[in-house]
Design a protein around this ligand. Structure first.
Ligand code: HAM
Length: 426
């Protein structure tokens, strides 16, 4: 019997896990820089949470959720996104009552959507997301966008654009909904079945239909920004002015409506033109969701956030050669007695903070040197029969190729001296 991983999933092997760890560390550093704290919520939630929060006419809810019954006959769903869980936890943990009105949190982890797998699209993928809850201010929208831009810049991802739009408040959305219905009503029979259902329930979702995307009636559809209430327009104008003042480049993209139902006011996406992702691919997106917390049974609480697809960030990263991040010491014993000694040495060195490894396969010198090379070891310690008898080892610097005989009791001080002032070992 041969087992394969499920379609749309990947194994992150040691070969590329370093890159993931580096990215995760960078994301945590940026989060700390913005004073955003980590929050961890369950990977599965009650199905009802997602149909409520994300919207039961969205593709995510109708077509892409991994939903199952547990042994207690409860309907649960593997989270397709992170915002719903955070908003649920914000209410459940009464975070609205905390003295700090603006709660800024981030999360990082796997999400699940039953989509057609392709480059940059998986069924289990990872998101890094940020949610800022509690304050309705265009400054907070801009703080989110700034953070998103900082992340792509810190990762060295080029050819990206910040697209922004506004969906407005309830008043704007009601007016816009009517305009959309008037626009689509005469051609309703030409649209797909899904769109006909969306027409009554949620006409905005017609705009992100994949089947009817090329129908010219889409391009001529009314634009949300033409239906903004005065208040919503003032909010959006302030967002744009702040971005201008901060010299953050952006384009107002009136077609941007996002695929999840909880948004109001500002929505944005970071779009990459990197050919590795396919032109015009979205690496991250988000927006304001002022009604969500209340919808989930909490007090009326404004929120804004975004999420990046980490696989897409990874694809867009420059394929720079891995910098030196090899181990400090590789110990190469020849013979049984040497092996005993080698194990004592690595244990002592590890206890002193050095990263090291040794040969357990009992290979000859040549094979062991190859491993030392593969691990990018800074130093190799060679222990043969003579060394065991004479109670010393040979330490070779793989950079300078210098080799010295070092007494057993001097190994630690020799290595420490070697590293003195060397930033590679911290
Ligand atoms: P979203 O646009 O659905 O937003 O997803 C955010 C990002 O996740 C996308 O831009 C994409 O990079 C990545 N992504 C989505 N689906 C897949 C997939 N199947 N495979 C690989 N990557 C994928 C949200 O999820 C919102 N919760 C963002 C948000 C946070 N809005 C406010 N706060």
């Amino acid at each position: 019997m041969k087992y394969n991983r499920p379609r749309g999933t990947v194994d992150i092997t040691p070969e590329n896990s370093e890159k993931w760890i580096e990215m995760e560390q960078l994301l945590r550093t940026v989060a700390a820089n913005y004073n955003v704290k980590e929050m961890r919520t369950p990977i599965f939630e009650h199905t009802e949470l997602f149909s409520r929060a994300v919207g039961d006419t969205t593709d995510v809810v109708t077509k892409e959720m991994y939903t199952f019954k547990d042994k207690g006959d409860r309907s649960l769903t593997l989270r397709p996104e992170g915002t719903a869980g955070i908003a649920r936890a914000y209410v459940e943990n009464k975070m609205y009552a905390l003295p700090e009105k603006l709660q800024k949190v981030y999360y990082m982890g796997p999400m699940f959507r039953y989509e057609r797998p392709q480059n940059g699209r998986q069924r289990q993928f990872h998101q890094f997301g940020v949610e800022m809850l509690g304050v309705e201010s265009p400054y907070v929208d801009v703080e989110c966008m700034l953070m998103a831009v900082t992340i792509v810049e810190a990762l060295g991802i080029k050819n990206i654009k910040l697209h922004i739009n506004s969906l407005g408040d309830d008043e704007s959305r009601t007016a816009y909904r009517e305009a959309l219905k008037n626009h689509f009503r005469p051609v309703l029979n030409d649209l797909c079945e899904d769109c006909q259902a969306r027409f009554e329930k949620n006409p905005l979702r017609i705009l992100d239909c994949k089947v009817d995307a090329k129908n010219p009636v889409m391009a001529s559809a009314p634009r949300t920004i033409d239906y903004l209430s005065e208040k919503a327009k003032a909010h959006f104008d302030k967002v744009c002015n702040l971005l201008d003042d901060l010299e953050i480049e952006y384009v107002v993209d009136t077609n941007l409506v996002r695929g999840l139902d909880y948004y109001s006011h500002t929505v944005f996406e970071i779009i990459s033109d990197d050919p590795k992702l396919g032109a015009g691919s979205t690496v991250g997106g988000g927006g304001r969701y002022n009604g969500l917390v209340e919808e989930l049974g909490g007090p009326a609480t404004p929120g804004v956030g975004f999420a990046f697809g980490m696989e897409r960030l990874m694809l867009a990263l420059d394929d720079e050669e891995d910098e030196e991040n090899g181990i400090d010491v590789y110990v190469m014993p020849l013979g049984d007695e040497a092996r005993d000694l080698a194990m004592q040495i690595i244990t002592m060195l590890r206890a002193n903070g050095f990263t090291c490894d040794m040969d357990y396969a009992g290979r000859g010198l040549k094979g062991q040197f190859k491993s030392s090379d593969r691990f990018g070891a800074h130093l190799s310690i060679i222990i043969g029969e003579d060394e065991v008898k004479g109670e010393y080892v040979n330490i070779r610097c793989n950079h300078s190729k210098e080799q010295s005989e070092v007494k057993l009791e001097d190994i630690l001080s020799y290595i420490e001296n070697h590293y003195e002032g060397d930033h590679e070992h911290e």
